[in-house]
Design a protein around this ligand. Structure first.
Ligand code: AMP
Length: 510
């Protein structure tokens, strides 16, 4: 079934507030139906047929969300693109996905028109941060009714490109079933109802803001406070009217720096969730102390939607991502052989379920190599399941360090360093080493006034870690590099420190 049909069925009444912008403008569900119909009519007039891609590189606005809904209604495939992508990068995405319609910011139109033309895009329209542009101008005069195009569960609803830190970005093909099944599970698991008001400050070119947050609210008939970006003052201003917020860890570290964050300020809230990157246990604990709320951490990815979640009732354990969601099978396997490992062992996380994507766009070989014969998807994350069934993420397989033939999981070293007094956070990476292949290298952010040194950190760690796990170098930085979803960019750190061991002595052969 078309996901939009499920969204339509969840509408409590046409007068119910669907979305309110930061500036206070309100849109009802009735407005949403009328406006998305107008946009769907324009898509069809632009030549978009069922199955065609509609690509959008636009700033977050209410109209941006409506464009997504209009694409679903037209039976087309929504393809959001990170606003940070340059024209050179867009050349690849547009060439690879061959959209029928491409919607961009008016300021970028001139630079992108030749790219659209080169790749045979039929229509190029614009939409700015205020929801104005040639697309919405055209929609203003269009009919407010639209006969939604029926879709099968396995038809594509969206393609989202992965961030591509390890090579070419890949387009993850997501079906109507992938999106609707996951959103329905989250509505139940996180107890969303039409009384919910979600504070939405995430970007909407990524699975977290677009699907986890928006689809879940829409399938519960709730409302959203739609902020163009995360700003701690803005969030604090709206908190008293909100019931829930979904965030990346940096939202919470920034809120903790806000003097207004108190129990009273959060009295109306029932749920804070975190994901897309690991939440430091310290952040979880501090947030609980300040507000009384235990942040609910969950784990998912572009290809799989949400896989696990800490419980709504029951212990939300810092440093874990909780249990597999209903309908999601999760196992820990040997990355090489695929053999399922005993409970407690660290290995590759593999998942199977209606949430898991149907493959990478136009990459059948890549798709094949990422799935096991029995249908489990190899996530590339490394983790374990503890005795209570909670899943722990230890890191990405590609972040594993192999030093002198020994495997070192960065998370283990990071946890030890983070626990030292004076440390805010750390990232442990492997850098080319003439002797060991890779040298364990710690990049550390200290609290103001801390007097830690390379030597003091290594001395502390010596008490706790085997010798081969000890950092050979400790580098101090003011901040760790992060992408827009708050993920630490270890590839950037590896590049910056690529030659750190160039002068390290090479051992004489024995
Ligand atoms: P993306 O496809 O951009 O959503 O990135 C997905 C990746 O983010 C996963 O494969 C994990 O490596 C990471 N991730 C997501 N949620 C969490 C979490 N709660 N803790 C640790 N890593 C996470």
């Amino acid at each position: 079934m078309n996901l939009f049909e499920l969204i339509r069925r969840a509408i409590p009444s046409r007068d119910k507030v669907f979305l309110e912008t930061g500036a206070g403008a309100a849109m009802t569900y009735g407005d949403m139906l009328a406006r998305s119909a107008q946009l769907a009519n324009i898509l069809v007039l632009s030549g978009v047929e069922p199955g065609d891609r509609v690509a959008a590189q636009v700033e977050k606005s209410a109209e941006n969300l409506l464009l997504y809904l209009a694409t679903l209604r037209a039976g087309a495939v929504y393809l959001p693109l990170n606003t940070a992508y340059t024209p050179a990068e867009l050349d690849y995405f547009i060439g690879d996905s061959e959209p029928k319609l491409f919607v961009c910011d008016p300021a970028k139109r001139a630079a992108l028109a030749p790219i659209a033309e080169k790749h045979g895009v039929t229509a190029l329209e614009t939409l700015d941060a205020n929801g104005k542009g040639s697309l919405t101008d055209a929609a203003d005069g269009a009919p407010k009714d639209f006969a939604d195009v029926p879709r099968e569960d396995d038809d594509l609803a969206a393609i989202l490109y992965t961030s591509g830190t390890t090579g070419r970005s890949k387009g993850a093909m997501l079906t109507h079933r992938n999106l609707s099944s996951n959103a329905q599970v989250l509505v139940d698991y996180w107890r969303f109802t039409d009384r919910d008001v979600l504070l939405h400050a995430l970007p909407v070119y990524h699975t977290h803001g677009l699907f986890v947050a928006s689809n879940t609210v829409m399938l519960s008939g709730g409302s959203m406070i739609w902020l163009s970006k995360f700003d701690a003052d803005e969030v604090m201003r709206h908190l008293p009217r909100a019931t829930s917020m979904m965030g990346v860890p940096t939202f919470y570290t920034r809120l903790l720096k806000h003097p207004g964050l108190t129990r009273e300020a959060c009295a109306h809230m029932r749920l804070f969730t975190s994901g897309s990157a690991p939440l430091l246990a310290e952040t979880h604990i501090e947030f609980k102390q300040r507000t009384g709320h235990a942040i609910l951490e969950r784990y998912g990815m572009t290809e799989t939607n949400m896989n696990t979640s800490n419980p709504y009732d029951g212990d939300r354990i810092a440093g874990t991502v909780g249990f597999p969601l209903p309908g999601v099978e999760l196992r820990i396997a040997d990355p090489e052989t695929g053999r399922v490992l005993p409970q407690g062992d660290v290995g590759g996380i593999e998942v199977r379920g209606p949430n898991v994507f149907s493959g990478y766009w136009r990459m059948p070989e890549k798709t094949k190599s990422e799935f096991r014969a029995d249908g489990f998807f190899i996530t590339g994350d490394v983790g374990k399941i503890d005795e209570r069934g909670y899943v722990h993420i230890v890191g990405r397989a590609k972040d594993l360090i192999i030093t002198g033939g020994f495997n070192v999981y960065p998370k283990e070293i990071e946890s030890e360093i983070d626990a030292l007094p004076g440390v805010v956070e750390s990232a442990v990476i492997g850098c080319p080493h003439p002797d060991f292949g890779e040298g364990v290298t710690a990049v550390v952010v200290c609290k103001p006034g801390a007097t830690l040194t390379e030597k003091s950190i290594v001395t502390e760690l010596e008490q706790r870690l085997a010798r081969f796990k000890l950092p050979k170098r400790v580098i101090f930085v003011a901040d760790l590099p992060r992408n827009s979803m708050g993920k630490v960019q270890k590839n950037v750190l590896r590049e910056q420190n690529a030659s750190i061991y160039d002068n390290a002595a090479r051992k004489q052969p024995a």
